[in-house]
Design a protein around this ligand. Structure first.
Ligand code: SF4
Length: 355
């Protein structure tokens, strides 16, 4: 059957068929993705008021694409105390943040309690704030460093106030590329196992894909299909977040960077392929806000949030260090022809700006 017709019939595509989607012209592909997006969400575009906190950049692992870790090119090591984390959380919540997105490097110096105590203290002071914390890579790090099982780490997260897991650390699942990019870090199978265990606890998470470095189109499709398979089984992914590789201050040599055309095609294909993951997020910190706004017409229905402050992507060249003001964010979505919807971390609608 014709590939386009198969997408229109909402039939699932094989790996080969999915790769062939890249050969469609951008606007045909965009229309197919937009039809699915509109079927699910109309013109609504979701965002939340969140604050990213990155409590340490000291890292025991070495990923070639990373500009954030203090063990590589960044000589400025830092590790926040619980008091500093609590102060940032207080400031963020007082200025409206409903979600704290807490992600760290793999710091071998301060022990499990440094990680868990931070969540607990924030939650004790602010029981209503949603804590999204601990990538599967961090879970695996605590397992490797302190001999804890994945189950033990996940249960500790829940006991200490973590509500959901972010999607980081997935990078690209292909084992050969992964070995080249981030040997020693959580493997693809382990990343998927950790999220499955989290979902089995009735908890939700997101999934990322880092693309635009040394991977091929086939690797991107393989990555998405492995997520689709797990989602069929465990059902706990809320959003898929394609992260555009940032090129500054790292050790990865990439000759050719992605065009906006290829990035938009990738958003569109993810919308088509991931029929069981509700939201496709154009994370503006890596795609640029302009491209994220356009991505709304190519399948994306979520633009993440105001962020307030961000250290990981901005270390590698992204223009996200100081986040964005909410009014500005809302008017940009409106001006692009979409309806901004403020959501909570689990996509319950809090306010629809449709005036
Ligand atoms: S990507 Fe994460 S795990 Fe890898 S070096 Fe950077 S901080 Fe460490």
């Amino acid at each position: 059957m014709d590939l386009i017709q198969k997408v229109k019939n909402r039939q699932r595509l094989t790996q080969e068929e999915a790769v062939a989607l890249y050969d469609l012209d951008l606007f045909t592909l965009g229309k197919l993705a937009d039809d699915i997006r509109q079927e699910k969400f109309g013109k609504k575009s979701y965002f939340n008021i969140n604050r990213h906190i990155n409590p340490t950049n000291v890292c025991a692992d070495i990923c070639k694409f990373c500009a954030y870790s203090a063990s590589r090119k960044n000589p400025n090591q830092y590790t926040m105390t619980h008091e500093q984390i609590l102060n940032i959380a207080t400031e963020a919540i007082e200025s409206g943040a409903k979600e704290l997105h807490i992600v760290s490097a793999h710091n071998p110096n301060d022990g499990v309690e440094w990680y868990m105590g931070a969540f607990r203290k924030v939650k004790e002071k602010f029981p209503d704030v949603h804590i999204k914390a601990m990538t599967a890579a961090e879970v695996d790090f605590l397992h490797r460093e302190y001999g804890l099982s994945y189950d033990e780490v996940l249960d500790m997260m829940i006991a200490n106030g973590v509500d959901s897991m972010p999607g980081g650390g997935a990078e690209i699942f292909d084992e050969e590329i992964r070995e080249y990019l981030c040997k020693g870090k959580v493997t693809s199978a382990q990343w998927l196992e950790i999220h499955k265990k989290w979902h089995q606890r009735g908890k939700e998470s997101n999934a990322t894909m880092l693309f635009g470095h040394v991977e091929s189109r086939e690797h991107r499709i393989d990555h998405m299909l492995r997520l689709r398979d797990l989602q069929d089984e465990s059902g706990g992914f809320n959003a898929f977040i394609p992260l555009v590789y940032q090129k500054d201050n790292n050790f990865l040599r990439v000759e050719k960077f992605l065009t906006a055309h290829e990035i938009l095609k990738t958003y569109a294909i993810s919308r088509i392929l991931l029929d069981n993951i509700p939201h496709i997020k154009a994370y503006w910190a890596t795609s640029t806000i302009n491209l994220a706004l356009i991505a709304q017409e190519f399948g994306a229905d979520d633009l993440d949030g105001t962020i307030q402050k961000e250290s990981i992507q901005s270390a590698a060249g992204a223009k996200s260090a100081n986040g964005m003001k909410m009014d500005e964010f809302i008017s940009m979505i409106k001006n692009a022809g979409f309806i901004p919807v403020q959501r909570d971390s689990l996509y319950n609608e809090l306010e629809v700006y449709d005036d």
